[in-house]
Design a binder for this molecule. Sequence first.
Ligand SMILES: [Zn+2]
Length: 272
Amino acid sequence: MFGTAGIPLRCKGTASAEGIRCVKKLGLGAMELEFVHGVKMGEDAAEDCRVASQEAGVSLSVHAPYYINLLSEDKQKLALSRHNVLASCRVLEKCGGGKVVFHPGYYMKLEKANTFALMKESFSELRDACKAEGLKKTKLAPETTGKHSAFGSLEELLLLAKETKIGLTIDFAHLHARLNGGLQKRADYAKVLDAVETSLGKQALKELHCHFSGIEFTEKGERRHLPVASNSPPFAPLAQELKARKCGGTIICESPLNEGDALALQRDWLNA
Ligand SMILES: [Zn+2]
């Protein structure tokens, strides 16, 4: 199913629960709550979201705050990063559960091999903390990142998902930037989906959590998100490949046009 990144533009200024009803009216099936500048949603608002999403049949996820670096050497920053992930999990659990999307961190001056071990430890701790608090409906889903300086290649996140039993979010725009424009044809997307199946099994392809938009990039990686019509990367070959494999799950549209492009993706999917 297809959804918006946050409240649809045409309903901006309303509460998240109203945004969920707006998503339903538009004919979409999902909304990612944007906690990008901090987790501020209170208990009442979370309960309103839970009721609205259940009534509307709109599935929810959360994008945790941008400020997260689980590789920070600064103890305070590290603690704040963990707090931001866990606080997002607690609120989403109250909203009914789903995937908690976050950018894992930056390599900084660390050796890449060391960052993997550190990240594995962090993800395991966060997973255990969720379990200890009884957050059963919420799953951690770190996102593939678009900058070469950021931890989060597809290979890294698949291996971590396999070893720590958490989820992942596949941001195809970010992958496209990381691969210097490498997602063009069905075969390119097929490689991504093959990697998911090899690491996590066939069932993982039925429960994908994805982001899609166009993207502008340089040799350093992503620069900014673009409308889907930029065809950078193209959606049609991905839709064909997902359909051929009977994949399931959610695609959140992170284009600046938000719901307009989410609807365009859904249309292209139906026509693929
Ligand atoms: Zn994304």
